[in-house]
Write a protein that binds this ligand. Structure first.
Ligand code: NAD
Length: 258
């Protein structure tokens, strides 16, 4: 019960990695807000996890500051404060460098960078006002550790997340707020189904082949599963990580070492 009586907001919490973290935080005694743009997925997640008063589903669009503020206000009304933010919502897109469109660039940076930063800023402001510190976990990616020719813009957004984790981590630790990140590798979620379909289009592969190949290439021997990331997410949300500041932890089966 490492998160007893703690309140966690998980953006993009209605599916994939965010939902697995929500389930584990509840099992650790925490209260959870699943904040996601997909109302149907929120309702399905809340119905499945069924934790009554300790679980709240709120619609959030991280690209809209009014939506971020409304989500925070509702969370404070319901739970009284926020102890943990898992800044996890993101989208994927890819195209060869010579074919990247302004529309794709704007969409990726709006959700993955602007959305993540202003969600962090708004939740951190509420934490500072409350004066009880907090834990913020940004979801990065191995894609932020190195460029990839077909995913240049997504990689750039995730490199920015690692950089923001460093800057915000340094800036906020004086308020007792730890900002750290998790860097997954390749994880079997709805996002990777989209990635696989895009690789099929751009590399002329049958559907499913890229997914199988990247899984086989992981030193651990398989693709990540959403639940592979929950241990790190509990550690970075708990008092065990109080002296860990501005770091991004690779949880990727050995794909990247730094
Ligand atoms: P996913 O697509 O399964 O889940 C993402 C969630 O974010 C969805 O529930 C979606 O509705 C929500 N979302 C999208 N746009 C939003 C918005 N504007 N506002 C609020 N919510 C929004 O993805 P996932 O694979 O679980 O990825 C979770 C995180 O992990 C992301 O930050 C992703 O970049 C990162 N990541 C994933 C992988 C992977 O292989 N799947 C690898 C490395 C990093």
């Amino acid at each position: 019960m490492k998160l007893q009586d703690k309140v966690a907001v998980i953006t993009g919490g209605a599916g994939g990695i965010g939902l697995a973290i929500a389930e584990r935080y509840l099992a650790e005694g925490g209260s959870v807000v699943i904040a996601d743009i997909d109302r149907d997925a929120i309702d399905a997640a809340v119905a499945r996890l069924a934790r009554g008063e300790r679980l709240l589903g709120l619609r959030l669009d991280v690209t809209d500051s009014a939506s971020i503020n409304a989500m925070i206000d509702e969370t404070l009304r319901h739970f009284g404060g926020i102890d943990i933010l898992v800044n996890n919502a993101a989208i994927f897109d890819m195209a060869p460098v010579l074919e990247v469109t302004e529309e794709s660039y704007d969409r990726l940076f709006n959700v993955n960078v602007k959305g993540a930063f202003f969600t962090l800023q708004a939740v951190a402001s509420a934490m500072v006002k409350r004066g009880a510190g907090g834990k913020i976990i940004n979801m990065a990616s191995q894609a932020g550790r190195r460029g990839e020719s077909l995913a240049s813009m997504y990689c750039a957004t995730k490199a920015t997340i690692i950089s923001l984790t460093q800057s915000c981590g340094q800036a906020l630790i004086s308020y007792g707020i730890n900002v750290n990140g998790i860097s997954p590798g390749v994880v079997d979620t709805p996002m990777w189904d989209e990635v696989d379909a895009l690789f099929a289009r751009y590399e002329g592969r049958p559907l499913g082949e890229k997914k199988r190949l990247v899984g086989e290439a992981v030193p651990y021997g398989r693709m990540g599963r959403p639940e592979d990331h929950v241990g790190a997410a509990v550690f970075l949300a708990s008092e065990d990580s109080n002296y860990v500041v501005a770091q991004t932890l690779n949880v990727d089966g050995g794909n990247w070492m730094s």
